[in-house]
Design a binder for this molecule. Structure first.
Ligand code: CA
Length: 229
């Protein structure tokens, strides 16, 4: 059964949600502030996050933004205010859905089901039609096994570094703009801040190009990046 993380500082609401979700058969994990929420949301076994906006430590918006740098785990935002700007901001940050407190639990449960189904459908779609192994010179990328090696030596990449590398390799000999990479790898408009692409390209170069002294990722001036065969 799916595991749901509740990030909520109001103990009463958290307890209520926990009981209802457990009653539906979900596994439940809990965090009472933003920092703990961020840490737990990045755990690989969490299937969905219920994220309150008003949190101590780190706001729900900030937690959402940071989670989206690393993970596409479904997020449903919870807020006390029926404020359309909050809603828009939350969805911009990459939240999947939004609920205003107080909410009917049946509606929340329905949205959780829809979000989980939609997400698993998307994951299946993504895993279809992708080459299992991508290569560039002596670099090998096992896409399904999430492993990268150079001449047999394993290279450890974070999830986003890996996704970026796969995206560049799948589009070999195509100059990819920062915006394209951002939307393909991060999966949403990252508030127009394309610097994140440069930062991750730098990480890739440090771990691969610099370490093995070969030239893989080319900078295409005025556009973005390309892996050229
Ligand atoms: Ca709160």
């Amino acid at each position: 059964m799916a595991k749901i993380l509740i990030v909520e500082d109001e103990a009463k609401i958290a307890r209520f949600l926990e009981l209802e979700l457990k009653h539906e058969g979900y596994e439940v994990e809990f965090a009472a502030d933003g920092r703990m929420g961020l840490e737990k949301a990045l755990a690989p076994d969490v299937d969905l996050v219920l994220l309150d906006i008003m949190l101590p430590g780190l706001s729900g918006m900030e937690v959402c933004r940071r989670v989206r740098m690393e993970s596409q785990v479904p997020i449903i935002m919870l807020t006390a205010k029926d404020d359309v700007t909050d809603k828009v901001a939350g969805l911009d940050m990459g939240a999947d859905d939004y609920m205003t407190k107080p909410f009917a639990i049946e509606e929340l449960l329905a949205r959780i089901r829809v979000t989980l189904t939609r997400h698993s459908g998307k994951a299946q779609e993504e895993s279809r039609g992708i080459a299992e192994e991508l290569t560039f010179e002596k670099l090998k990328v096992d896409v399904t096994g999430h492993q990268v090696s150079y001449q047999g030596e394993e290279i450890t990449l974070t999830k986003k570094e890996f996704d970026l590398l796969v995206c560049l390799l799948e589009n070999k000999n195509v100059a990819m703009s920062r915006e394209q990479l951002l939307s393909k790898v991060w999966g949403y408009e990252y508030m127009g801040d394309t610097n994140v692409v440069d930062v991750y390209v730098r990480y890739l170069r440090q771990k691969i190009d610099d370490k093995y002294q070969f030239h893989m990722v080319e900078t295409i001036r005025g556009i973005g990046y390309m892996i050229k065969e």
